[in-house]
Design a protein around this ligand. Structure first.
Ligand code: PEP
Ligand code: MN
Length: 346
């Protein structure tokens, strides 16, 4: 932590800061410049927070140097992590392609979407059984029946499943069926839910809150990690900006920013970012080029009849182009298809 003194701070002001810091067992290193003095603090950061240094006479500003998150930070774990989901890796050496319908609608629709996903090269199936809809009148998902359909489609295709959990009370039933629990953008700051999935013993896909900073997102991951679960994959899915051309603005720079500061894998959801199928392939290419550890994409056998997010679902030629991108581009940035590294889960 660094304390920046105001230009008119007196020697007494400086001495009082040093005394306070030393009073809680810290060390204070005073550096006097021509105009300003700065004081570097070494010691227990939590004890410094309680000192209220910012309100002291002569203090202009206080800066934190270390990350506010610990378990998910590279300061504490410099190597980037690999998270395994049903035998499929998410990590720095691989590129993981996740695809499936936005919502589970029926056994036939889910199976067909899963077969499309698999044929395109996906190694994990996505599909929502509990849908967090903006309107209470919109399709809310099939609930437990949807989870059962996902389980049977996993059986038929061999694809592990990632599905959203929207309520801490559903942990038990979702864990019975899912290989990975998704926390959606609307629940990123639902701290009770984060703690519950942190204790659930399954890997978590944590989407970025559409109104959240990267630091808030990593603090949300810290909530999960703090409950003993470090198997967290982050997902950039677009944030709200003033731009109406896309549903959200894909913050592509979040990928390298997160990778520089956190050891957790980070993937991109171009479907929910754009809300438009014509942008999914170009944004996926951008995600691969920027160094994302994977993508998660909506596919649907009949987007026009989809009960949720039809306009962004791929099929046909768009899906073929996506399959080509995820096959051809990751090797150019030093990655192999996660499908070539699959382990049999124990
Ligand atoms: C989803 O993936 O189905 C979903 C609802 O995504 P998000 O939380 O990013 O809107
Ligand atoms: Mn959706």
């Amino acid at each position: 932590m660094v304390v920046v003194m105001a230009p008119d701070a007196t020697d007494e002001d400086i001495a009082r800061v040093v005394e306070k810091v030393e009073g809680v067992g810290g060390e204070a290193f005073v550096s006097k410049g021509v105009v300003r003095t700065i004081i570097g603090l070494v010691g227990d950061i939590d004890s410094f927070h309680h000192l209220n240094l910012r309100s002291m006479s002569g203090v202009a500003d206080v800066h934190r140097i270390s990350d506010p998150y610990k378990l998910v930070s590279r300061q504490h774990h410099p190597e980037r992590s690999t998270v395994w989901v049903g035998g499929v890796p998410f990590g720095p050496e691989t590129f993981t392609f996740v695809a499936g319908p936005c919502a589970v609608e029926s056994p036939a629709q889910t199976l067909e979407a899963a077969e499309m996903a698999k044929a395109a090269g996906a190694t994990l199936l996505r599909g929502g059984a509990f849908k967090p809809r903006t309107s209470p009148y919109a399709f809310q998902g099939l609930g437990v029946r949807g989870l059962e359909i996902l389980s049977s489609v996993r059986e038929a295709t061999g694809l592990p499943i990632v599905t959203e959990i929207t309520d801490a009370r559903d942990v038990k039933v979702v864990v019975e069926h899912a290989d990975m629990l998704q926390v959606g953008t609307r629940n990123m700051a639902n701290f009770g839910l984060l703690q519950a999935v942190g204790e659930a013993g399954k890997p978590v896909l944590l989407k970025r809150g559409m109104n959240s900073t990267i630091e808030e997102w990593l603090m949300a991951a810290e909530y999960i990690a703090q409950r003993g679960n470090l198997d967290v994959v982050l997902c950039e899915r677009g944030i709200r900006t003033f731009e109406p051309a896309t549903r959200n603005t894909l913050d592509i720079s979040a990928v390298p920013v997160v990778q520089a500061t956190s050891h957790l894998p980070v993937i991109v959801d171009p479907s929910h970012a754009a809300g438009r199928k014509d942008l999914v392939v170009p944004l996926s290419r951008a995600a691969i080029a920027v160094g994302a550890d994977g993508v998660i994409v909506d596919v649907h056998p009949d987007p026009e009849s989809a009960l949720c997010d039809g306009p962004q679902a791929l099929l046909g030629n768009d899906l073929r182009l996506l399959a080509q991108a995820v096959r051809q581009l990751p090797p150019a940035v030093g990655r192999v298809d996660a499908g070539t590294r699959v382990r049999t889960p124990v």
